[in-house]
Design a protein around this ligand. Structure first.
Ligand code: SF4
Length: 232
């Protein structure tokens, strides 16, 4: 399938010099708890089936999370929360994701990032976001026959997604829909196909969960709603 080839291709990307340096530096220095591990230290492809109906979009991999384990949202507290929620909803085969190839399967769901390499301070520049955009546009084009709902995890994902969805074949409403937890917009398909439901969810980062701004119950509710609009 074309999407699997795209996943293989993105892993070789070196288009952003600052991010290439950062992802490799994290792998050299490592965290103390991970000293014995071989970090992935490359771009992180999307994860989940090529015929997904629901797509979750984050920000970028964490230097010692996805950049270490080689799978998106894997090996960090954000992912622990996200995969536990997906498992409670019957959308994942296990409640945790510890390493690429740990046997985890997602059911009807794909997870991806608008920036595929770990950035310093989890903050990509606008130029890096724009350089990476063609990867998520291609991915969304491959998913287009089946995808019916997208969840933007955080304002960065929301802002990055709107132009990507526009390029991949959906109409962006005017005025542009604003991000918020529970925000929802229906995007008509430019070819007259089914509309795409765009949902906003606070990012599942420790900054939001440790402060109680986002609770596991809120994530469950949001993902349950999104899954329903996706027909899952
Ligand atoms: Fe390539 Fe995206 Fe990584 Fe930049 S962030 S090097 S465009 S994969």
């Amino acid at each position: 399938h074309g999407l699997a080839e795209l996943d293989d291709l993105v892993v070789g990307c070196r288009a952003c010099p600052r991010l290439v340096a950062w992802r490799e530096e994290a792998a050299r220095v490592k965290r103390r708890a991970f000293q014995g591990q071989d970090y992935w230290a490359r771009p992180i492809p999307g994860f989940g089936p090529a015929d997904a109906r629901l797509v979750l979009v984050g920000l970028a991999p964490a230097a010692h999370g996805g950049n270490r384990t080689g799978r998106i949202f894997t090996g960090d507290p954000s992912g622990d929360l996200l995969y536990a929620s997906l498992h409670r909803l019957g959308l994942a085969s296990q409640p945790h994701s510890t390493w690429r190839n740990d046997g985890l399967e997602l059911f009807g769901v794909r997870i991806t990032d608008p920036v595929r390499c770990a950035p310093p301070e989890n903050r990509p520049t606008n130029a890096e976001r724009d350089t990476c955009r063609p990867w998520i546009v291609r991915e969304l084009e491959y998913l287009r026959p089946t995808v019916r709902a997208v969840v933007a995890l955080g304002g960065f994902a929301w802002q990055a997604l709107l132009p990507a969805l526009g390029a991949a074949g959906w109409q962006i409403p005017r005025p542009r829909p604003r991000f918020g937890h529970g925000a929802h917009a229906a995007l008509p398909a430019t070819d007259g196909g089914p509309a795409l439901h765009l949902h906003g969810c606070f990012h599942v980062s420790p900054r939001n969960t440790y402060t109680g701004r986002l609770t596991p119950a809120m994530v469950d509710d949001l993902l349950r709603t999104a899954a329903a609009t996706a027909g899952l």
